[in-house]
Write a protein that binds this ligand. Structure first.
Ligand code: 5GP
Length: 248
């Protein structure tokens, strides 16, 4: 498949045009950032690893009826996706109290949220991604009431589907960040990625961190853990087909 022009470059991914105007090609890079972009590194094979994990999780969601931008994995590191106009919201779903929420509010560390908490942050580097409420979202015209309701509903469904899938793989889904966009027909679709860069994954037995918190805190070998997560989530067949560069 021919990769077209670079349309957009983010902190860890690039978006290219494809032969079909309705689609884009997303390249997962090895760059990793934390702390509002202050901490940066480049971890060999991270892009390939995350593209395989994200592909699998988007496939699981599509099988359960969630509409996403995902079309197919072209090869490790490259995903063909439907073109979306992204909504500048970071939707954070939390099952367990950890991370920024326990710094901002008097929750007990590791307390369970049942029902889960949905938090909206404004995806805006200039304003440093501040937390929003519904009225601010409506006033800024980021989304309308119906769209917000739909986004909440789909986010909870995604939490349910992924929590169950990951539990079977020995992973606890603690919290995660997702993003939505609108396709050329104006329909809302799940976009972006779902990977250890965007989720908190804990080992279900030991509660050990299996995600980007290792990089944020400067603990342990980040890529060792990402590869472990990849092996737990992606089938052996898909790994053999697409993962040679990562594993050898
Ligand atoms: P927290 O707000 O506790 O730092 O993050 C909550 C969850 O959302 C974590 O799983 C974290 O990885 C994810 N998250 C929140 N903001 C961002 C962001 O700007 N980029 C990425 N990659 N993940 C985010």
């Amino acid at each position: 498949m021919k990769i077209g022009n670079l349309l957009y470059t983010g902190k860890a991914k690039d978006v290219y045009s494809s032969e079909n105007n309705d689609n884009v090609i997303i390249k997962f890079r090895d760059d990793i950032t934390a702390g509002d972009g202050e901490k940066k590194d480049n971890l060999q094979s991270k892009g390939e690893c995350n593209s395989l994990i994200s592909s699998k999780l988007f496939e699981v969601l599509e099988e359960k009826g969630i509409k996403t931008q995902y079309i197919k994995l072209i090869e490790s590191g490259l995903i063909l996706s439907e073109k979306l106009e992204m909504i500048p919201l970071e939707i954070i779903v939390r099952n367990i109290a950890t991370g920024s929420i326990i710094k901002k509010f008097p929750f007990n560390k590791n307390q369970e949220f049942n029902p889960p908490i949905i938090q909206f942050d404004f995806k805006n580097d200039e304003y440093h991604d501040p937390m929003l409420n519904d009225d601010i979202i409506l006033a800024l015209k980021i989304a309308n009431k119906e769209e917000l309701k739909e986004i909440r509903k789909i986010s909870l469904q995604i939490n349910d589907i992924l929590s169950k899938f990951l539990k079977k793989k020995g992973i606890l889904l603690v919290d995660f960040k997702i993003e939505f966009g609108k396709n050329l027909n104006g329909d809302i679709r799940l976009g972006d990625e779902i990977s250890p860069d965007t989720c908190r994954f804990w080992d279900i037995k030991t509660l050990k961190t299996l995600d980007k918190d290792l990089f944020r805190k400067g603990e342990g070998d980040v890529m060792d853990v990402y590869k472990k997560v990849c092996k737990l989530i992606v089938s052996e067949e898909d790994l053999k087909k697409n993962g040679e560069l990562i594993w050898h």
